[in-house]
Design a protein around this ligand. Structure first.
Ligand code: SAM
Ligand code: SF4
Length: 325
């Protein structure tokens, strides 16, 4: 089994966008009542007393949309000051970066991934349910200007919607040192939409990019589950996250904490998740909480989407925004 050293922390389940593949406009949203969210103080205690002592020293802040939670810059600052924290990153829809990128950088955020599914404002609106392409683009520029490197852009590829834009999105990396990552659409969140449209295989996308520009193997700092390539002569790289067509469980180094304190060993595994919030709020000692984490890590199963029919460990009752995608 791999060493687990990376935790994705969902700061909040709320979001100001309504992406069709994640939390579409017409689904009833049962946001968590505020007292159910782990407070920043509770999160900092878990980091200090539970995660760091067991070797988890890299943290990604996500959601929902992490930047809709008030006080997030102060939280990043407090997290960055904890001795032993090796890396802090964030995944965001970019809406608030125009205002916050500089502050986040100064607070100690090391890396940032921004979701951008289209270069066309109309298609962006069709996917996200919001007319905010320009605002997000300014947010991306602000993050780049603040010095985040490598700046990563996440693209979920939707058949017939933005798949034809893949070579154009990849072309951003020619003149900019950005890392554009294409993510296979998976049936977490809006499963009905997934069943209707299906998904596009990363190899098909690579082929399209290869035909237009050529494509060589590449490397990128902190690439995690992405397969990294480079257009010849490009400043940046392109990555493919192929959780539908490949199994990268053997590379998995992460666990996930939901905003209400459930720790799960895998995005797709809800059954073996554990509740950290209740013991934490009932006054459990650091040792007792560490035991819970130790047990979860010891049992961390290696499963992937392809095995869905042969394992009963997965239940998609929560969307990516609730789990912390
Ligand atoms: N709101 C932030 C954002 O959109 O970047 C952070 C949370 S979002 C759940 C994290 C990532 O999960 C985004 O890049 C999003 O595009 C991706 N995602 C959400 N639902 C997905 C799905 N069904 N299949 C593949 N990726 C998905
Ligand atoms: Fe919000 Fe991110 Fe989900 Fe889109 S993918 S609805 S931005 S949480």
């Amino acid at each position: 089994m791999n060493t687990v050293n990376y935790l994705r922390i969902s700061l909040v389940d709320r979001c100001n966008f309504r992406c069709t593949y994640c939390m579409p406009e017409d689904t009833p949203l049962n946001y968590l009542p505020k007292p159910e969210l782990l407070t920043y103080e509770e999160l900092l205690r878990l980091v200090k007393d539970v995660f760091l002592p067991l070797g988890i020293d890299r943290f990604r802040l996500t959601g929902g949309e992490p930047l809709v939670r008030r006080g997030v810059v102060g939280f990043v600052e407090a997290l960055a000051q904890i001795k032993g924290v090796a890396d802090i990153s964030m995944t965001t829809n970019g809406y608030f970066l125009e205002e916050l990128a500089e502050d986040l950088k100064n607070a100690g955020l090391h890396r940032i991934n921004i979701s951008l599914d289209s270069l066309d404002p109309a298609i962006f609106q069709q996917i996200t349910g919001r007319p905010y392409w320009q605002k997000v683009w300014r947010g991306i520029q602000a993050a780049y200007g603040a010095g985040f490197s490598p700046l990563k852009l996440n693209v979920v590829v939707l058949p017939g919607i933005n798949e034809q834009e893949v070579p154009d999105l990849a072309a951003l990396t020619i003149d900019l040192p950005w890392h554009v990552r294409f993510i296979e659409f998976m049936p977490v969140g809006n499963e009905a939409y997934f069943q209707k449209t299906g998904w596009v295989n990363s190899e098909t996308l690579r082929q399209r990019i290869r035909e237009r520009f050529g494509l060589a193997e590449g490397t990128c700092l902190g690439n995690g589950p992405a397969d990294v390539f480079q257009i010849p002569g490009a400043q940046g790289t392109v990555g493919f996250i192929s959780q539908m067509s490949e199994c990268f469980c053997d590379r998995c180094n992460r666990v996930r904490l939901s905003s209400d304190g459930w720790l799960r060993p895998c995005l797709l595994n809800e059954i073996e998740q554990i509740d950290l919030k209740t013991p934490l709020r009932n006054g459990a000692t650091a040792e007792a909480l560490q035991d819970l984490l130790r047990n979860l890590l010891a049992a961390k199963p290696e499963i992937n989407y392809k095995e869905q029919t042969t394992r009963d460990t997965r239940i998609y009752s929560r969307t990516m925004s609730q789990i912390g995608g």
